[in-house]
Design a protein around this ligand. Sequence first.
Ligand SMILES: [Fe+2]
Length: 304
Amino acid sequence: MTDLSHLDSIVDDPDSITEVVLKAMSETDDARLKQIVDALVRHAHAFFREIRLTDPEFEKGLEFVKAIGQATVDDHNEVVLCADVLGFSTLITLLNTADRTNRTPGALLGPFYRGNSPEYADGDSIVAAGSPGAPLFVRCRVVNTAGEAVKNAVVDVWQASPVGLYENQDPEQPDMNLRGRFHTDADGFFRFRSVRPAGYPVPTHGPVGKLLESQHRHPYRPAHIHFVIIADGYETLVSQVFADDSEHLGSDVVFGVNRALVGKFLAHEDGKAPALDVSGLYYTLEYEFVVAEGTPTYPTPPIK
Ligand SMILES: [Fe+2]
């Protein structure tokens, strides 16, 4: 028999492969990439050993990964959705904002963020003319961890309509409806007019929908508004504010609800509305965002 003892990278049994793979990857130049892929390999190998993954199960898993890629198109990102419903996105967001300061916690970016939102002046409406819904007047402030105003921050907002659809999902809404970009004033405030958003089911037409069904999970998110706040000298805050009276507040399918992110959507049945054209029921929301010192980053929109 040929002597192969000098070939120490030959894998003869399940116990030896992890070390062999780690050694094969040991020349990686980028130290952080090496750390990430090494840990991925160690944890994945341990996971396969623990559950004794069978060949058909492995094939099914690979098919699932292929399917989430194939279900991702310009205006729908099934890969992000998958990360969201498995709690990956929320865990990563919380890990990156869970320090001891009083900063506002982050919440997942989600699959519906688009770049190039329309620019609006303070107090403008993000609602296209004729769109239905109870008027909502939002007044927010951005401060730093010392409580000082953060002026001239760029604030991207986006939300679902009163029927629970983002404009890119809904042929009834004009392009970029219920999305906008604002700037904080000298005292850190920004204000806008909108309509009260509804909660909504995440898209279930793809492989993630089938997964949720097999887990007997509902696909709903409670009503919320998304915010991205970018300011010089501060870490970018990607977050969401949830309606305090929304259904599914305690069972968000993507685990985004944080107690600190529940806002008071105050109903006003009568009284003088902040706009002349409003009569009857309207809502107001006031919320203060606290951002931490750091270097801003720019999230990549998951859809066009
Ligand atoms: Fe959302």
